[in-house]
Design a protein around this ligand. Structure first.
Ligand code: ADQ
Length: 445
């Protein structure tokens, strides 16, 4: 069997190469460990002379991490402006937030060409290449143009919108032509697959698209949660609640995550169900991300204001209704916090999958499990029908779901949790990678 070549915008940071921290790293950890692999991507470093810097390689176990630096221009135009200022909002159906310029678009293709030019010399004939995510849509075809003949797969971690929305992107066909260079394109949900197929069809292109939902490592995460729930850091937080019920939300600060809407849903709980005033705490953990993009700065201002308004309106001298932090928290502590929470309140407006929903389920105590309140627009929703599913735009509906979660008897909670945990255990990070790679393998003789 040839090598597995993983290509993603960022490679795991050196500290994460032996201890995967989340998302993509966990998903691919098993796949790259069990076979001779190369993981190729941007180092995270920027330098004016980056184009003169060589690719740097580090070998850890079975994996060679090959990384290169970017120029500040590439970072701004390829990463911030086009990937995160055009493609991210488009794929999350937020077209009014797209800030398109031709110059950024060209810089996106130029940066993809740099990925291709730097990767090709590292390749061998029987390598299988697996490209990840929206930063690298055109890379497959660019590798083909440079003579790569081996199998190339692509996985999109975020949603893909229908043709009626996608066609708002200038040069959509060019983007799809680049993607069609891959033998197999994986997406998170059947809806994304249908949308992407529709776009290929409308553009007169053919491609092999398949829904392969990503999962977590539930056994490992559960173990982490059990250990950390009784660790000092988590116990201190539990003590500080002095018996109040705990609702938890965990997300990067991103407009796709529906954070203002979530606050409004919680505010409605306090308004419509006054019996919870002074009796619940909502802990929202939201590390800031992409601060270089204007819409993210504006979102932070909006959220800061909303939290202040709700706390001001409902809080009392001895009770803060929302605890809100924008600092990152270690995964261990996070796992313990999920376990001690009564409700996981995960309500994105649109999300590729949302691994936090799966982590919350894995972390629960089977004898007294918490309840998952989940947006029906998370990619995880079709796999999790036993969660209390909500529309994040319906504040009253969210409040009703929180109330239902907080009053659910243990038998009903246990029944729902068992079904959810069964699914989270069936479709794991490891099985996701295996299913995709098997399918890529079978895509041609
Ligand atoms: P993200 O948008 O980053 O990922 P998500 O799937 O929820 O969203 O993954 C976030 C990961 O980061 C989780 O493993 C979570 O535990 C971790 N995390 C979040 N906050 C943290 C904190 N404060 N401290 C430490 N860890 C934290 C993208 C797509 C998703 C898709 C994933 C994987 O947007 O829809 O599920 O890729 O495909």
């Amino acid at each position: 069997m040839g090598r597995l070549i993983v290509v993603s915008n960022r490679t795991p940071a050196p500290g994460e190469r032996t201890q995967p921290a989340g998302g993509l790293t966990v998903g691919l950890y098993d796949a790259v460990q069990t076979r001779d692999s190369l993981w190729f991507g941007w180092s995270g470093e920027q330098d004016d002379d980056a184009m003169e810097h060589p690719v740097t390689e580090e070998r850890v176990g079975n994996v060679t991490y090959a990384t290169f630096d970017m120029t500040p221009r590439q970072y701004d135009r390829f990463y911030l402006n086009f990937s995160n200022g055009v493609l991210w909002p488009l794929c999350h159906y937020r077209t009014q937030l797209m800030r398109y310029t031709r110059e950024d678009c060209e810089a996106y293709y130029e940066a993809n060409a740099v990925f291709a030019d730097r990767l090709v010399p590292l390749l061998k004939e029987d390598d299988t290449i697996w490209i990840h995510d929206y930063h690298l849509f055109p890379l497959g075809q660019m590798l083909r143009d440079r003579g790569v003949t081996g199998r190339i797969g692509f996985f999109l971690h975020i949603p893909f919108p229908p043709w009626s929305v996608a066609r708002l992107l200038p040069q959509l066909k060019r983007l799809l032509e680049g993607l069609a260079g891959c033998d197999k394109i994986g997406v998170q949900t059947p809806e994304d697959a249908q949308n992407l197929r529709g776009c290929f069809e409308a553009s007169g292109l053919t491609a092999d698209v398949e829904a392969v939902p990503i999962g977590i490592d539930p056994i490992r995460f559960r173990q982490q949660a059990i250990e950390s729930a009784s660790a000092e850091e988590v116990e201190q937080i539990v003590d500080s609640l002095v018996g109040k019920r705990l609702i938890i939300g965990v997300d990067r600060l991103d407009y796709s995550k529906g954070l203002p809407e979530r606050m409004r849903g919680y505010e409605m709980l306090l308004k419509n169900y006054p019996e919870y005033r002074g009796k619940v705490t909502f802990l929202q953990i939201t590390p800031v991300s992409r601060t270089g993009v204007e819409s993210y700065r504006l979102l932070k201002e909006e959220l800061d204001g909303l939290v202040g308004t709700i706390n001001g309106a409902y809080g009392t001298p001895d009770w803060v209704s929302i605890r809100y932090t924008t600092w990152p928290i270690s995964r261990n502590v996070l796992a313990g916090l999920y376990r001690v929470s009564d409700v996981g309140y995960i309500t994105p407006l649109r999300d590729g999958m949302n691994l936090v929903a799966k982590e919350f389920v894995a972390a629960q105590d089977s004898k007294d499990p918490g309840v998952l309140v989940l947006s029906r627009f998370a990619g995880a929703a079709p796999e999790m029908p036993e969660a209390l599913q909500v529309n994040p735009l319906d504040a009253e509906g969210m409040a009703d779901a929180l109330h239902a979660a907080l009053t659910m008897d243990v038998e009903t909670r246990h029944k729902a949790w068992s079904a959810l945990y069964g699914e989270v255990s069936r479709n794991t990070a490891g099985s996701w990678a295996k299913q995709f790679l098997d399918s890529l393998e079978a895509s041609r003789p």
